[in-house]
Design a protein around this ligand. Structure first.
Ligand SMILES: [Zn+2]
Length: 179
C-alpha cells in the first residue's frame, strides 16, 4: 500500500507527509504525465495518439477490442487514459548543483547523527533501493529524534538516492505514483 516511486531509484513516499511531487522541492523541474491505452495497456508516446499503433492497424480495430475487454464509455470512444504516475527526468547538467545546494539546506533541519549515517552509505549501490536494509541505521538513528521533522528525513533520503544516480550517469528518471 502507499505511493511508490520507481525507475532509476525506487522507494515509497512517506505516508501522509510527503507529496508525490516532493522532487520539486529538491530541483526546479516539471513532471510529465503518462498516458496508456485501454485494451492493450501499452504506454502512449504522447496524449495525441488516438490508438495503439503497436498492437492495432486502425482506430476502429483497437476500439472494437477495447470495448470487448473493458467498460469503455459508450459515447466517448476515447482509447487513451491518464495514468496514475508522473514522470521526472532529472538531468545532471541542469539539476545537480541545485540538488547539492538543497541537500545542504536540509541538513539544518536534521540531527547531525542522522546526516552522518546517511553519508556512511551514500556511495553504496544499494541506496537506489529505498527498501534496502542499508537504510536501517539511518532510520534507527532518526527514531531517537521523535520531535524532528520527518518530512526532511524522507526528502533527504530521496535526494541521496538521486545524487547517487547522478554521480554515475547523466540522467535520473523517476516514476512517481500520485495516488
Ligand atoms: Zn498496445
Amino acid at each position: 500500500m502507499g505511493r511508490e516511486y520507481f525507475g532509476d531509484i525506487e522507494g515509497k513516499f512517506a505516508f501522509g507527509i510527503q507529496n508525490s511531487d516532493d522532487i520539486e522541492n529538491l530541483v526546479t523541474i516539471d513532471f510529465k504525465e503518462q498516458f496508456s491505452f485501454y485494451g492493450c495497456e501499452c504506454i502512449a508516446k504522447n496524449s495525441e495518439e488516438r490508438y495503439c499503433k503497436d498492437c492495432f492497424n486502425s482506430f476502429e480495430e483497437h476500439l472494437k477490442i477495447a470495448k470487448e475487454e473493458t467498460c469503455l464509455n459508450e459515447d466517448e470512444n476515447i482509447l487513451i487514459k491518464l495514468d496514475n504516475v508522473i514522470i521526472y527526468e532529472i538531468q545532471k547538467e541542469k539539476h545537480f548543483n541545485e540538488l547539492k545546494k538543497n541537500m545542504d539546506d536540509i541538513k539544518d533541519f536534521l540531527p547531525s547523527n542522522v546526516i552522518n549515517e546517511f553519508h556512511k552509505i551514500k556511495n553504496n549501490e544499494k541506496v537506489i533501493n529505498g527498501y534496502s536494509k542499508i537504510f536501517s541505521n539511518v532510520v534507527s538513528e532518526m527514531d531517537n529524534y521523535i520531535e524532528n521533522n520527518f518530512l526532511y528525513f524522507h526528502r533527504y533520503k530521496l535526494a541521496i538516492q538521486i545524487e547517487h544516480v547522478l554521480n554515475k550517469q547523466d540522467t535520473c528518471t523517476i516514476y512517481c505514483e500520485v495516488y
